[in-house]
Design a protein around this ligand. Sequence first.
Ligand code: SAM
Length: 343
Amino acid sequence: MSGRALTLYYEEPPLPFKPATRALFEFTSPTRFPLSLFDEELAKHVKKCRDDVYARVSYPCLGLYRFLEPGSRENPVYTQAIECIKQQPDTRRILDMGCGYAQDIRAWIQDGVPSTSIVGADLLLDFVEDSFELFADEKGKDHMYGVKFEHCDIFDEDHVNKVKELSHGGQGFDVIYIGSFLHLFEWSEFARESESIMRWKIQAADVQGRVFRAYTRADAQAQVARALSNLLSNAPGSLIFGRQSGMPPGQAGHYERHHRTGAMGGNSQAPWRHDPDSFIRLWQDEARGRQQLQGSGGWEVKPVLPNPAFNWAGFKDKDVQELSRKDLVQAFGTGLEFQIIRK
Ligand SMILES: C[S@@+](CC[C@H](N)C(=O)[O-])C[C@H]1O[C@@H](n2cnc3c(N)ncnc32)[C@H](O)[C@@H]1O
């Protein structure tokens, strides 16, 4: 682990693996990961790959093995989202923004979405490179043939426009998935009122010494919402869906980061965890801004807390003994699934 301190977000592989996890690995490499392979053997491989990456960038979703269960499949709109692409694969496109290990992209292909209709974008394409070792498949070959990956910092307009060019005719994506993405960034309702509060942008380096831009601007989530709107097709019914950490009603706000991620530069910013109402307000603001500029706008926003006690942070019995579940939710948040539909 390169001497990096372990955190609450660092776990052992969750054994036994779920049948869907085994099926995904069998799909990506039937010779390397046949269903007859013992779980323990697969676990050794998965842990080694995870640790190599976690030593560089300690995202909780890596520490908790979230990448073993593609989050998009858990969203109630999943079947509709992938059917939309499957029905018109020549013209419809789906984007995974902040795709990370690209496990969702592999799941979509396993579920019948043509690979040529899929685009993945991420600030750190290293994750995508690493994913070929994890899933033992090859870039541009077999099921991964036709998938396009693009380096993108969502705050960089040129990057965003380059990603948009990968949609059919550059007209925007029909479906965009964002998993554990928006919650990385800061939001302040006060920032809507006063541009002057928009603050600093910092330079930060990960443990390998590469420099990232990390964002602590109070309006970062508003910027991301604008960029996603720009990437989405203007056709009514176009869809953004995803999941992230959230808070029970009435408890939205800034919460201290309980971890330090390389990509965010280990800074002490406190990201905004939405409850359903604040999540709706974020998108209403985006629509209002667009209406003023372009005379068009409007979203149907459906945020759902799948279950108030949803174990977003992967609490273990030992954690629950030390803290009440309420305290754990306060500290780590609950889950938030959402659909944002263009009117
Ligand atoms: C917590 S991971 C989630 C990965 C994956 N979507 C999932 O659900 O497992 C967040 C991802 O967002 C990417 N990311 C962070 N900042 C970004 C930015 N400014 N622009 C684009 N991607 C970014 C990270 O590199 C990382 O792959």
